[in-house]
Design a protein around this ligand. Sequence first.
Ligand code: AMP
Ligand code: ZN
Ligand code: FE
Ligand code: FE
Length: 269
Amino acid sequence: MTFRADLHSHTICSDGTDSPTELLHKAHAAGLQGLSITDHDTIEAYTPEIFALAGKLGLQLLPGVELSSEQDGISVHVLGYNIDIHSVSLKSFLANLIERRAERNRAILAKLAKKGFVIHEEELTAFGIRTLGRPHIAELMVRKKYVGSREEAFQRYLQDGASCYASGIKYTPEQVIEQIHLAKGKAVLAHPHFLRTGSFLRRLLELPLDGIECYYAVFHAAQEAPWLKLAQEKGWLVTGGSDYHGTVKPHITLGCSWVGLEHFEALKK
Ligand code: AMP
Ligand code: ZN
Ligand code: FE
Ligand code: FE
C-alpha cells in the first residue's frame, strides 16, 4: 500500500466539525498512514490520548499548527510542523494569539452592529472553543438569518478588506516563523495558491521558510507545478494536505490531497 499522509486538517479545537478522535478514525478509514492536525492557533488536539489512539490505528501523527499572521493587513497562514508541543515559548505565544483574536472579534462585531447585525460576544464564546474567528461569526450570521450562507457572509462582510473586516492579528509572517523555529518546528507557507501575487508574494518568499504547501485541497497538477518548481529552486520542503474542515467545507474530503513517505519523513529531520 502506498504511504499517504494528509498534512493539513482541522478539528473542533478551531473551526472544523470533527473531534480529534473522529478525525483520526476518518483518517484510518480513508487509508491514510500519516496525518497532521493543523488547527488555527492552537495545539489542544494533541493530548496523550490522541497519540495513543494514533498508535493503536497504525497512524503516524505529526504535530502541527496553522498560525495566523498579517502582512499589509492581509491574512497569511504559516504552518508549523514537528513542533515541540511542550514548548513553553510556543504555548505563551499561542495564548497571546488567542487574546488578540478576542480583541479583533470584538472589532468585527462592532462593525456588524453598526449595520444592524447584532451578535453578542457571549454568543461567540458559547461555541466553547478558544480559536474563535470569522468562520464562527459567519455561522452566527447564518443562524440569525442576517445572510443566506457562510459564503455570503464572507463575500459581503467578512473577507479580507470587506466592510466589516478588522485586521487585528498584528504578528508578521516573520514573527510567527520565528516562533515555529523556537519550538524546533519547520515553517511552511500555507496554500500559496490563494495569495496576492507581485511584490506581496515576493516579500513573503524572502522569509526564512523551510517549506511550501504545494499540494492543496482539490487543485489540479497544473496549479501545483509552479510551487513545486519554486520548492526545488529554494531547496525547500514540499508539503500538502486537504485543509479538511468537516461538514462546513463539504466538498473537501480528508485525504483528497497528501504527500508520500519521502516528504513526510523530511519534515521530521
Ligand atoms: P480568521 O482566522 O478569523 O481570520 O478566519 C480565517 C478562516 O476563514 C480561514 O481559515 C477560512 O476557513 C475562512 N475564510 C477566509 N476567507 C474566506 C472566504 N472568502 N470565504 C470563505 N471562507 C473564508
Ligand atoms: Zn480553518
Ligand atoms: Fe489556512
Ligand atoms: Fe487550514
